[in-house]
Structures are given as C-alpha cells and as structure tokens.
Write a protein that binds this ligand. Structure first.
Ligand code: ZN
Length: 468
C-alpha cells in the first residue's frame, strides 16, 4: 500500500503526538522550539516538527513511527556543530529529534574509571560529575558549556586534549543507541579490551546521526591532572616546527597535553581586534603554545617544561620563550590561542577549514597553503592555527569574499597531495559533503554507502548529511 507523502507525514505526526504527548511534538514556529538553529546561520532550517522525547524508550517509539511513515529524522543535541550536521534539509518533511530531555548522569564508577551519561547531558556537567568523584573527563571543547554528549559522540568531537587523551572515539567504552528501525541497541559496556569482531560502537561514533540516535554513552575517565605548566615559544620560522614538536614529545613524554600553533598574522589579529598583549618584545613568525599536566609533583613538572624551553632556545628551534608563572598567566597564554576565532569574526569573518595531515607534513602544508593562496588570491590573509600536535590545522582565510569556494578547492588539493583529511575534528555534515571526495576515494565512498544502506535501508536517518 502506498500513500501520499504528505498524508504519511500528517499521520506520522498524529501518531507521534499520541505517543509522546502534545507538548513533546512542537510545531516549528513554537517559541519552545527556538533552540533548533544553525550555529553558523548558513542554512535555512524549517523542520516539520521538533520532537522532545525524555527517555530512550520514547526515542525508540518516535523513530519507529517515523520509520513506518518514512519521515526523515534529524537527531539534534547541543546545536553547536559547525558543518550543518543537525539542521533539517529540504521541503519541511524532516523532523528534528532533540535528545536534550535525556539528561541524566546514570552512574559514576571510580573502580572502572568510567561514567555513563545520557546523550542530552551538557559536556561541562559530565566533566563536573567526574570531578565530584575526583576524576577527569578529558573531552574539552571551546563549546563545552553548551555542547552535549550525544552530539560529541555522533561527531567524534576533538578539542584541545586530543594529544594526550585521544578523540571521542578513544574515550567511548560503550554506547546505547536507537537504530533507524526503532530498535534499541544496548551496548553500554565498560570493557577496556574486547576482541569479539566488528566494533559496532565505532560505526556510530562519527556517523553524524546517519546510522542511529545515540541515547547514552559510557566514557573513559582519567586521574585528575591537578597540576598544569604552560609556556609560549616564539619560532624563527616554520622550518623549526617539526624538530620542536619532536623535542617537546621527548622531554615531556606522556605529560604533554597540548601543542597549539599560531602565526604572526594571528598575533596581530589578536592585538588589533581583541586588544590582546603580545608577551614578547619582538615580533616572531610563529608561536607554539605548550602545555603539560601531571597528577602530582608540580615542581618536577615545571622543571621539565623549563628543560624544554632551554633546550629549544639552545638548539635554535625557538627564538624566545615565556613560561607562565601562575594560573592567571597560563590562562592569559591560552586566551591568545582561544581568542583567534573571535578575532577573525571581528575582522570580518573567514573561510574556515579544519584540515589534517601527518605530523611530519604540518609545516610543509602550512607553508604551501600560505604561499599558494597568497599567489592565487591577492588581498586575502591566511590565518593558520590549531592543534599541530595532532596534525590538525585550521587554515582560515580572511578577505576571500566571492572566492571562498575556489580558496577551499585549492587548499583541499594541497591536503589531498599530502594524503590528509578535509575534516579533522568538525565533521562533514552538509557543508563539507562535496569536499569528501578530495580525500576519500571511490572505494572508500562505496564502503561508506554500503554501511549506510545496511543499517538504514529506508534512508530516514539524517538524510543528506555526510554522504551525497
Ligand atoms: Zn579546533
């Protein structure tokens, strides 16, 4: 039996109201649905309705109804994504399913070094729950005060702690999810080792809502890194970067928690747009923020960082170095790195990129990008910065105007030449969808589509995202 699409939608919405209750199925113009918006304001977004289930069972019931009536579902959590992964597309037939009502910390298990929380928990609340038990949840993002666990899992969020603790992929021990047919997969386990075939949770992590709705996760906790040592190094040029990264790893070993690069262009933006203070007397071509943490013995940690700074200057890898002597100074150094996106915004905005290459290719990529973009796009300014310890650089370009797409195409070719990725931490969503083919070949794209078809044969889970 076939039915008109809109009749299916109307019947589906009626069943959703009956299953969840009137106030849990909001019309798109309901003021209570105002939290559904696109972070970057780049896409029109008008859903057929906004669903607000409060439990895994309610999510399952809603997805079952949507599957029965072929109503596309767009999972939604914090709404802080930068690639349009959680915005409805098309002609108003897609429903947004918010997981914000699933906001319980289910358990904190110090003996397992693990915590289980629902998808709607704000990341800073998850961090707080771990801290209350004397432990540390290492997922740290600029948006952690509003980003939510389900979204972080669905997008495999990165952030400033990846160097030491890994991306979300490495932090998730188990998952609970509602599959596209409405069945619940109970995969909440706290196993450190499990060698029983395909790792199903890894399919859902980073799937951007295209394979199911994550409803809860068991995440890995770490001992709390009570002590922190931070310094800013001034580099004579990009040529010294690879050697400096290697020296930092050697001296600080597994205490190393951040290596963040930015350029003179970035420092000038910070000074001009945010009235920041340059901690160095002279201008330098590049800056590297180094952070190390430890659970005990702050004096030994500071001594190790000093050893790095002295060694770097001695070998000519750094021209100058400023260690933070106390917590406010450490925060001031971090504020420089973290202020860059805001400084770009105040300077008129930038074409943003989130590319990644192998560690040894970072300096080469940044040099090539700056040279080629300056040559082909006069009047633009490249502001390259980011998590170089992870090979992840935000090569953002100011002043591109109408040339934004051409600038991105040039950069992605340089990335592809170096066997890199067009998205290291922000995901693909809808904005980067066409860029996928620069770095994922035909066979890989075919395998991605095979997985999608196997788990979501009706194609109702976040259609139009990730895969063309
Ligand atoms: Zn970043």
């Amino acid at each position: 039996m076939t039915e008109e699409p809109d009749a299916g939608l109307a019947r589906g919405l009626a069943e959703l109201r009956a299953a969840l209750g009137e106030r849990r199925v909001l019309a798109p113009d309901d003021p209570a649905a105002g939290f559904v918006r696109d972070e970057r304001g780049l896409l029109p977004s008008r859903p057929a309705a906004v669903l607000r289930p409060r439990s895994t069972e309610e999510v399952a019931a809603a997805v079952r109804i949507c599957a029965r009536h072929r109503v596309p579902v767009v999972p939604f959590a914090g709404g802080t994504g930068l690639v349009g992964g959680a915005v409805p597309l098309g002609t108003g037939r897609q429903v947004v399913l918010s997981v914000r009502g699933l906001d319980r910390i289910r358990s904190v298990d110090p003996a397992d070094f693990a915590l289980t929380a629902e998808a709607g928990c704000v990341l800073s609340d998850v961090q707080g729950a771990a801290e209350a038990a004397g432990l540390y949840f290492p997922l740290r993002l600029a948006s952690e005060g509003s980003a939510r666990l389900g979204g972080a899992v669905a997008t495999n969020a990165g952030g400033s702690n990846v160097l030491r603790y890994g991306t979300t992929r490495e932090l998730v021990l188990g998952l609970e999810a509602v599959l596209p047919d409405g069945r619940i997969w109970h995969g909440l386990r706290s196993l450190r080792k499990d060698n029983t075939g395909y790792d199903l949770k890894q399919l859902l992590i980073g799937s951007e809502g295209t394979l199911g709705v994550v409803t809860a996760a068991t995440v890995r906790l770490a001992p709390y890194p009570r002590h922190r040592a931070v310094a800013l190094l001034a580099l004579p040029g990009l040529a010294e970067l690879t050697g400096l990264l290697a020296l930092a790893r050697e001296v600080l070993a597994d205490r190393l928690s951040a290596l963040e690069l930015f350029s003179r262009t970035g420092m000038e933006l910070l000074v001009r747009q945010l009235a920041a203070r340059d901690p160095f007397a002279d201008p330098h071509p590049r800056y590297l923020l180094v952070e190390a943490t430890s659970t005990r013995d702050p004096a030994a940690l500071a001594a190790q960082l000093d050893e790095l700074l002295a060694g770097a200057v001695e070998r000519g890898l750094a021209a100058d170095a400023v260690p933070a002597l106390d917590r406010p100074q450490a925060q001031a150094l971090w504020a420089l790195r973290e202020g860059l996106p805001e400084a770009e915004k105040r300077a008129g905005g930038a074409v943003k990129h989130d590319v990644g290459v192998a560690l040894g290719s970072v300096a080469d990529l940044v040099a090539a990008a700056e040279e080629w973009i300056a040559r082909d796009f006069p009047g633009t300014v490249v502001n390259a910065f980011g998590h170089v310890g992870d090979g992840n650089v935000h090569v953002n370009v100011l002043g591109a105007g109408e040339r934004a797409a051409a600038v991105s195409a040039l950069l992605y070719r340089l990335v592809a030449d170096r066997h890199g990725t067009v998205s290291a931490e922000h995901g693909i969503g809808v904005l980067k969808r066409d860029a996928l083919e620069y770095t994922r070949g035909p066979l890989e794209r075919e395998l991605l589509r095979t997985v999608k078809r196997a788990l979501d044969p009706l194609g109702i889970m976040n259609p139009g995202k990730l895969l063309p």
